[in-house]
Design a protein around this ligand. Structure first.
Ligand code: HOZ
Length: 430
């Protein structure tokens, strides 16, 4: 079974291997966790991707959550086509970056100022620098299995990409860069309290994915985010919600709106770029105004606030301003998760599912998964076989058991039925 891509995908992958490390530009794409040849795509339309061998797949990766209105949405295509005609990069302020910032500040109450960057990694790296400067402390507390991009300080117990490759951390991260990163257990407040007690007022910030999406998908336990909010306030640390995945995907003001948490800083990415490379970080004016040139904390980028990316992001967020969009997304995510759960039950296979807004996850496991420690006990071999069965049946799932699934506004009832048929076929041979 483990074949993956067809003849043309294989040929391109083999060419790529000679000129790109591992043949891919981001490790999980190499199918390391599932085996076989990565599928090479050349077209997307709505909820579907077409590969270079002419096969069509129902896409449940959606560019790792970035594409929320479906591939090549005609309104986005028209807006960016119009924008491109006026130039592709100015390296200077442009109108749409102001409009996008106004929009974000208008719908996310904890964000009074926002700085645009070009990726989620950059957003996190900058938010961490800012929180250290603001608090004049050095340590950062993160959670095992949460991924916050590939900046040195964050490549500690970092979930999917690293776990998929079986690497504990990354060579090249000097001990000094990671030495101030403390690691607690997701959904376990006591582990956070313990680290605060040990580190004697030196924790600058706690950073967390409010819905963990890089160890499969794990929603926050009741009281976990609220507990982090009060602990950080009590101990003089900042709370950074990493909403690169969840921002504008799980609700109109992200996971913080859904769970009623006001962080000090938020990082964004994926959806806010409308399919272009955009990240952002924002928060209260008093903190954000420490950023240069308003304040002394340095950060810069030639393509930050790029006019095409800003136009795509703004058009996407304006479309999402109608809250009924999120009701539709969430009920569709539930429909996909239900198809998985009912087919697993029918096949007598132990499976756990979870849903938040426009994302869902599943584990081949007997019990509910609440942390990385529980996620890593899931049946990875069964996932790999299931992944390839689904691929054969025309469904593209994330090629790792430690990633979340994402849908778009173009995923509807016909796609759920198509998915259900594929799940039944794939489960019948597990
Ligand atoms: N691990 C990344 C998403 N959670 C992969 C991103 C990519 O390959 O594009």
């Amino acid at each position: 079974m483990k074949q993956g891509g067809g003849t043309s995908s294989r040929a391109l992958y083999e060419r790529g291997l000679k000129v790109i490390p591992g043949g891919v530009n981001s490790p999980v794409r190499a199918f390391g966790a599932v085996g076989g040849v990565p599928v090479v795509f050349n077209r997307g339309e709505g909820p579907y991707l077409m590969d270079v061998d002419g096969q069509r797949f129902l896409d449940l990766v959606m560019s790792w959550g970035a594409i929320i209105l479906g591939h090549a949405h005609p309104m986005i295509v028209s807006k960016i086509t119009e924008a491109v005609k006026s130039g592709t990069s100015f390296g200077a302020p442009c109108p749409d970056e102001v409009k996008l910032a106004e929009h974000i500040c208008g719908v996310v109450p904890s964000v009074e100022r926002v700085r645009m960057v070009s990726s989620g990694t950059e957003a996190v790296m900058s938010a961490i620098r800012l929180s250290r400067a603001y608090t004049q402390r050095s340590k950062i507390l993160k959670f095992r299995g949460c991924y916050h991009g590939h900046a040195d300080a964050m490549l500690v117990r970092a979930g999917s990409g690293v776990a998929t490759l079986g690497l504990p951390d990354s060579p090249g991260v000097p001990p000094g860069a990671a030495g101030d990163t403390l690691v607690a257990r997701f959904n376990d407040l006591n582990s956070v309290i313990g680290l605060f007690d040990e580190s004697k007022e030196d924790i600058a910030a706690v950073i967390v994915e409010p819905v963990a999406g890089n160890m499969g998908m794990i929603p926050p336990a009741k009281g976990f985010l609220e507990g982090l909010r009060s602990l950080t306030s009590d101990r003089g640390a900042l709370l950074i919600l990493d909403e690169v995945m969840t921002g504008f995907r799980v609700g109109p003001s992200g996971a913080q709106g859904l769970y009623g948490i006001a962080p000090d800083l938020t990082t964004f990415g994926k959806v806010i770029g409308g399919g272009f490379p955009v990240g952002a970080f924002g928060g209260q004016a008093e903190i954000m105004d420490q950023m240069a040139p308003a304040g002394p904390v340095y950060q810069a980028g030639t393509l930050s606030g790029n006019p095409i990316a800003m136009r795509a992001g703004l058009a996407t967020l304006e479309y999402l301003a109608d809250p009924s969009v999120y009701q539709g997304l969430e009920s569709m995510s539930y429909a996909f998760a239900e198809a998985l759960a009912s087919e697993a039950e029918r096949a007598g296979i132990a499976l756990q599912t979870s849903v938040v807004g426009g994302m869902f996850g599943f584990y081949f496991a007997e019990d509910t998964v609440n942390s990385w420690e529980e996620a890593e006990t899931c049946d990875r071999e069964r996932f790999a076989s299931f992944f390839h069965g689904m691929l054969e049946a025309g469904v593209y799932l994330p090629p790792s058991p430690f990633e979340a699934c994402f849908i778009s506004t173009t995923h509807g009832d016909p796609e759920v039925e198509y998915f259900r048929t594929a799940v039944r076929a794939a489960m019948s041979i597990l």
